[in-house]
Design a protein around this ligand. Sequence first.
Ligand code: G5P
Length: 227
Amino acid sequence: STVMSRIFRAVIMGPPGSGKGTISERIAHTFGIQHLSSGDFLRENIAAKTEAGILAKTYIKKGLLVPDHVMTRLLLPRLEEIARHSWLLDGFPRTLAQAQALNSACELDVVISLNVPFETLKERLRHRWIHPASGRVYNLIFNPPLVTGIDDITGEPLIQHEDDKPEALVARLRHYKDVAKPVINLYKSKGILHMFSDTDTNHIWPHISSLLSAKIPAPRSSAQSTP
Ligand code: G5P
């Protein structure tokens, strides 16, 4: 059945702290598609001290975007590796140049844009702590660890991302809007942009879930599988 085996490709965009990671995990879990986070991918490269990782770290530390050519050279080959699966890209593209590079590599089905007020974002990121070895993310208000400052599983100390510290944070939020605008306009003009506005991820989620239920081919049931 051609419909069943169709591949679905989506992008989720939104400012730092808008809930891309949280919602992406729900999408991946609910619809069984691959989730690729540009931020996680960069952090893996930093931890592994790859050439791109070492370079990226100098930008991330300052709350700056990693240069487009570094991002596209990292991400596009990764997408090619999973080209036979449905996927959701989280955090890429961030700029018009990245969107154009992605455009020439593949056709997107849906772009989700999260629109969360500035004050809400500042408040959330201020309270975010991570366990660096595993990448587990806590929020002292939304999703606190059992013991403040300590990872639930390993008992190791939690840290803040360099780019969640106040100096880098305001720069990131301000910069995001300027850079995202032409990307959003591009996807709007293609008719694939879906914008969701709220202060609460749990309010946004049901709308995204019903959008994707209508767009993503249902997983094959045993009755439909080829003999
Ligand atoms: P990242 O890792 O892509 P950001 O900054 O875009 O980082 P971030 O910070 O990971 O995105 P998010 O994924 O949008 O945020 O949000 P999240 O992690 O799900 O939620 C944020 C926090 O809010 C969490 O603590 C969560 O628990 C909490 N939360 C979620 N929902 C709610 C809610 O409803 N209520 C409350 N109270 N809390 C909630 O990129 C990192 C850096 O890498 C570089 C850049 O330097 C970037 O800054 N980079 C790129 N550079 C160039 N081009 C690219 N394409 C790049 N991609 C990454």
